[in-house]
Design a protein around this ligand. Sequence first.
Ligand code: MG
Length: 399
Amino acid sequence: MKLLPVVTATCSLALLAAPARSAPSTGSPFYGDPPDATHPWAVHDQNRPQPKRVEPGTFSTPEQPGKPPSDAIILFDGTAASLARWESDPKPGEAAGPTKWIVKDGALECVPKSGYIRTKEQFADCQLHVEWAAPTAVQGDSQGRGNSGVFLMGLAEVQVLDNYNNPTYADGFAASVYGINPPMANALRRPGEFQVYDIVFRRPVFRDGKQIDPGRMTVFCNGVLMQDATPLEGPGGHLRRSLPVAFPEKGPLKLQDHGNPVRFRNIWYRPLPSRAIEGGTDGVLTAEAATAKRKETAAILRTDAGKLSGTAQMLRLAESLTYDKDAATAAKVEQLAAACVAGLKALSGAAAEAKKGEALAVQRALNYLARFQFVPADYAPRAALNQLIKARGWDDAKK
Ligand code: MG
């Protein structure tokens, strides 16, 4: 984590200048509930990293593919050149070669009996966007009509099938997690028109041979929800009940040749951040991971405090205590807080009034530390400061 120096400096100044009784801004470090055993961040934590900026794309229409968001990794953009990102999906022991699928009118078209294809790139948890169109000329029925498939990591299939007026078994329907879970609805357009799949995929995670997250799949078809974080029961498949198995770290995206000339366009993905169970720092963490992250944040704040002095340094060190109780830091905070109060006591008249905002900001910090038991309730600098603020009539809340 990296602190934003401009932001933190501004926050310190804003804090010192805060008027009496005003609620702290969201920039205050002494605001929401503090970090705890399984959360490395406070509620409304100003040090929590900002979401990264992504320029949104545009939505597709049946006639025209949309534009992917700025951070998307493009797997097929309608050009013959992007075919180089794909290869044949060989049998075990055989080498992959160029795919025999063709690019026609901006679409990647399955050549029946040429075999599955796969991306050269391997990835795992992702937001995946795929558009597909079944042949306009309707042939076959049930699983024989416009069948293909989108295989995440080459294992779990989101079914591609022309189910427009074409019943089939529910767990093999278009937008099913094949062999595991039917879609919630049939929102398909007519055959020949492009359908839009937006998929959020999380792979199953095992540790020491034990499943700690089954993984899940969320699927939208033409903007309509089909799968709502459906737990994976393994990779899924034909005929046999799927059983949980460990997935590899990464795998290719595969598209199925099921004997129908299904067309694809506008294929892209965005890798997803790690879940807490895989080292991410959002969500509920293990005690070990939360402690490590809290200590990391505290260390950054203490380094930052080294560049400050006086009350600003005290406040930054006090902030660090909310992430990591440390005896040496606590002693330093107490020493600086006592010096701050002594300095305030020594002032009178206009010079004292000029420090009112600072006094109230320090009071807020010390009250927060006491409220959440980072310092004792009878903390000496806090008692002295409260007395001083009361004596000077600065405690507006009591009026
Ligand atoms: Mg299929």
